[in-house]
Design a protein around this ligand. Structure first.
Ligand code: IVH
Length: 786
């Protein structure tokens, strides 16, 4: 063997070993960067020596051209399906029939004979596939088809990252067919659907459909871009001997590099099986993938053979199903609910059905864009999904069942509660120095607190634990207070008398006094809590904290111009406009003045503007925020460097201006500031920044000062210790940009569990990847604690 061939072999072995530890053992052995380095070295060597490329090389997952049709594959050993148990008694009956079949029933009067050993596995909700290995190499992948003949999907299964192209170790039979399920993890499904929706592509009703649609692609490149995984649960044709029990056999396959379920367990006796069923059932929601039950198999393979089959289902295995999470029902009507911020949202009224054990009569439709995406009409038969405690959702329409008299869904022109106008929200976006306004997906009742629905929700929010934290004021009481016109705004809470409270349903002397004390005790909130309690649209707890921490006084928050707000971490122009217009609203001003005046609220921890904030303002940044046509961040910076102050820019003569910028942009700047309103606005922003205690930094100093300046980071998957929003804010405070997609320019990807395509892309591009723990360590190194 030449040196090159030797090195290629070494690299492949090493990469396979890392893959095995990563995908099968779930114990990565090297940092991703090291893996990527090896991978790129192999790619480079193979590019120089194409004659040394082999199909099982880790670089060769995505190959092959798009097909015009799939070929057929005959299964030598048929691919079976399973009988179902729905109730515990079905499983007990199955166990008795196994005992009977094996001649061990005898037992006592109560039917308790010998305890059979069963292997227990989750029943993954995906598609069955058969992977054929010859001499340890993956030679073919096939779908189940009708059980005897399936489709040849070799090029597609090769793109699934945890399918070994080559078996590890030694001792595998010459022919080994591995059977299992191809599925899409929940997080990958969410990401895929989001990507599809963004690009105007087809979205999928559930992870199973997405997996099916992704696997049956004639172009393997599409399959490669989908976050599929494989999990083995058995074997087909095998040329030699395998261990004599189901569990030992799967463990042997795992040693050869084949991924098996982490939940595989051995249970002795039917009661232990039921314990397993209940345990997995409880954890169903927190698993990374959808399951529709668990599968029990007689563990001993000889016993399996003795028990045999009936038609297409074995006597030695059974699927114990969980209650279905999806059901079909009729959409009777769509009604509109008004939320705290006035959002008017469509709610589906359904012909009641039992989904996952609970009667469902209503389901959310989110917004009118979702109604359009689903293409749903009143009268349609729809698929309803209820997963755990999640609100039931309409997943899809069954178009074949649309009745003739189906009616389209229209947003009402008037608020169904107060009759005020309903308006579509506007989205303010900017790109390339231009601000553009487009239609949002939310419709809003403009009635604000004069709308009883909004008032009730606003007060429920105001008193909630994370806001003003007033205990003893339940939703029902608030409804009564509003309905009886005892309160018309949050401020009125502080004017309630003992007599008024005791007159409410469910209140007696002690509880009334308690409530009065709770109201009194809420009068010294932190600034952040108070801002959050106001219920400004789009301002959640985190944003409220950012506002409080950065501006450090309510007066500044109230005055802040949208452009100034966008200097704060994580506040975009859209949210900035929401905040600004909230405080401009006369009624809101009145309520806030009343709260801080006659109601006697005293905000805590107001103070000086934070240093963090006073250091972020640059003249270039400010000029950029003015959205001068054709002037982007680069040109804005040039102006700043040339003129040093806003007045300098405003007073610049044409020649000077032309030295800073090309003619077209110079002209645009001129024309922009020739309009008095624009100049005035720029001065107002500058003045506000000054009043807030900000001083221009030189552009360089800001960039140099922050440790991650100039870097772009991407966050993906679920972060457990820190929400993605918080992680983003922390990164931004260190000077990094946080982007939504991975490209060659990405400096680093932080990937939590369930990371899908972005992580894969990072791998392809050789971008550095950190897990959450490593990320937190890194933040710590910069002095930021989680
Ligand atoms: S065993 C004879 N085990 O369920 C054994 N199947 O209705 C046949 N499935 O087509 C299959 N998880 O797609 C088995 N742990 C598991 C499974 C499983 C999911 C699917 C598989 C099969 C269907 C049977």
């Amino acid at each position: 063997m030449t040196d090159v061939a030797q090195r290629i072999a070494e690299l492949r072995n090493e990469l396979d070993a890392h893959n095995y530890r990563y995908y099968v053992l779930d114990e990565p052995s090297v940092p991703d960067a090291e893996y990527d380095r090896l991978f790129r070295e192999l790619q480079a060597l193979e590019a120089e020596h194409p004659e040394l490329v082999t199909p099982e090389s880790p670089t060769q997952r995505v190959g092959g051209e798009a097909l015009s049709a799939f070929g057929e594959v005959r299964h030598e050993v048929p691919m079976l399906s399973l009988g179902n148990a729905f109730e515990e008694d079905d499983l007990r009956a199955f166990d008795r029939s196994v005992q009977h079949g094996l001649g061990v029933s005898g037992g006592d009067l109560f039917g308790g004979g010998a305890e059979i050993e069963y292997s227990c596995e989750p029943k993954l909700d995906g598609l069955a596939v058969s992977l054929r290995y010859e001499n340890g190499q993956l030679v073919r992948g096939a779908t189940r088809g009708d059980g005897s003949t399936g489709e040849d999907i070799t090029s597609n299964v090769r793109t699934i990252r945890n399918v070994p192209l080559k078996l590890q170790g030694k001792g595998w039979p010459q022919v080994l067919e591995v059977r299992g399920e191809v599925f899409m993890p929940k997080s990958g499904f969410e990401e895929l659907n989001a990507r599809q929706a963004e690009s105007g592509g087809k979205t999928f009703a559930n992870p199973r459909n997405a997996a099916a649609g992704s696997l049956r692609q004639l172009d393997p490149k599409i399959t490669a871009s989908r976050p599929l995984e494989f999990c083995c649960y058995g074997v087909g044709q095998v040329s030699g001997e395998l261990p004599g029990t189901q569990v030992a056999m799967l463990q042997q396959l795992k040693a050869w590099g084949v991924p098996i379920s982490r939940e595989l367990k051995l249970a002795k006796g039917v009661e232990a099986c039921l314990d397993y069923y209940r345990d997995i059932g409880q954890r169903r929601m927190s698993l990374a993938y959808d399951i529709d039950g668990v599968v029990f198999k007689v563990n001993n393979i000889e016993d399996q053979q003795q028990l045999g089959f009936r038609a297409r289902t074995p006597h030695w295995a059974i699927a114990h199903k969980f209650p279905a999470q999806e059901e079909l029902t009729e959409l009777l009507d769509v009604e509109f609910q008004v939320g705290r911020t006035g959002a008017v949202t469509p709610v589906a009224r359904l012909n009641p059905v039992k989904v996952a054990g609970v009667m469902v009569a209503n389901a959310t439709l989110h917004n009118m864009d979702e109604v359009a995406r689903l293409g749903v009409m009143i009268g349609d038969t729809v698929i309803i999904r209820r997963a755990g405690d999640v609100i039931p959702q309409v997943m899809a329409v069954v178009p074949e069942r649309r009745p003739r008299n189906a009616r389209p869904v229209h947003i009402p022109e008037q608020c169904p509660v107060c009759g005020s106008a309903v308006e579509r929200t506007q989205l303010v976006k900017r790109s390339k120095g231009k601000e553009s306004v487009s239609e949002g997906s939310v419709y809003r009742c403009v009635g604000r607190l004069s709308c009883q629905a909004q008032l009730k929700q606003a007060i429920i929010h105001f008193v909630s634990r994370r806001a003003m934290d007033i205990e003893g004021l339940g939703d029902k009481t608030i409804e009564q207070l509003v309905d009886e016109k005892l309160i018309g705004s949050p401020a009125d809470l502080y004017k309630l008398s003992f007599e008024q409270i005791i007159g409410l349903e469910g209140f007696a002397e002690v509880s009334s006094n308690k409530l009065l004390a709770a109201i009194e005790n809420s009068k010294r909130p932190s600034l952040a809590r108070f801002i959050y309690a106001l219920g400004i649209p789009d301002v959640g707890e985190e944003t409220a904290k950012v506002l409080a921490r950065s501006l450090a006084s309510l007066a500044r928050v109230r005055q802040a111009l949208p452009e100034v707000l966008t200097y704060l971490p994580d506040i975009g122009l859209e949210v900035a406009h929401e905040i600004h217009s909230f405080f401009e609203d006369a009624h809101n001003q009145q309520v806030i003045s009343a709260l801080l005046g006659e109601c006697g609220l005293e905000l805590q921890d107001e103070g000086e503007l934070s240093a963090e904030f006073s250091a972020v303002a640059t003249l270039g940044g400010m000029l950029d925020k003015l959205n001068i046509p054709t002037v982007g961040p680069g040109a804005a910076q040039k102006l700043a460097e040339r003129f040093g102050s806003l007045e300098g820019v405003l007073n610049a003569d044409w020649l000077d201006m032309r030295q800073a910028l090309p003619e077209r942009q110079a002209k645009a700047v001129r024309e922009f500031f020739d309009q008095a309103a624009n100049a005035q606005r720029a001065r107002a922003i500058e003045q506000q920044l000054r009043e807030f205690g900000m001083h221009w930094q030189s552009e360089k100093k800001v960039a140099e000062g922050l440790p991650l300046a100039g870097q772009t980071w991407v966050l993906t998957g679920t972060l457990e210790v820190m929400s993605r929003d918080v992680a983003k804010e922390k990164l931004e405070s260190l000077g990094a940009k946080v982007a939504g997609s991975v490209s060659a320019k990405t400096h680093c990807v932080v990937a939590g569990p369930g990371a899908g395509s972005k992580l894969a892309k990072a791998g392809e591009l050789g971008v550095k990847v950190l897990d959450e723990a490593q990320f937190l360590d890194q933040l710590k190194a910069y002095g930021i604690e989680a």
